[in-house]
Design a protein around this ligand. Sequence first.
Ligand code: HEC
Length: 127
Amino acid sequence: MKSILATLLGASALFVSAPAFADGPEMPSQARMCGTCHNYEPGGRPKMGPELTGVFGRTAGTMEGFNYSPAMANSGIVWDAETLDAYLANPRTNIPGNRMSFAGIRDEAQRAAVIEWLEYVTTPAAE
Ligand code: HEC
C-alpha cells in the first residue's frame, strides 16, 4: 500500500514538473516513429516518406521531388489539425491505397499531442 502511494505521488510529481511547453511541446513518444520515415527540419531530405517541413496548409502529395502514391497525390486533402487527426488515426483506411505503412495512433489524446508537436516542429519560425 505504502509503495503504491509512493508510486502515485512520484508519478504526479513527474507530471507536474514536466516542462510546460516553454520552447514548444516535448516530442511525444509516438512521434519517434514518424522520424524513422520523415525528416521535419527545414532543408531535411525525404527518407522513406516525404519531408514534413511546412506540411500544415500544404496539399497532400505535393512535396516536390517525392514519389507519392497516386492515392496520396490525388486525395485533394489539405493538411491541418483536423485532416491529420483523421489520417493518423488510421492511415490505411483514411486514404485507401496510400503507401505509408504505419498502423496509426488509436488514442485521441496521443494523436492530439503528436499533431501539436508536429505543427511546432514543421512550421518555420516567423522572422
Ligand atoms: C514506415 C514509414 C512511415 C512512418 C513510420 C510514418 N510515415 Fe508518414 N508517410 C510515409 C510515406 C511512404 C508517405 C507517402 C505515402 C504515399 O505517397 O502514399 C507518408 C506520408 C505522410 C504524410 C503526407 C505528406 C504529404 O506531403 O502529403 C504525412 C502528413 C505523414 N506521412 C505524417 C506522418 C506522421 C505524423 C507519422 C508519425 C505519427 C508518420 N507519418 C509515420 C511513411 C511513413
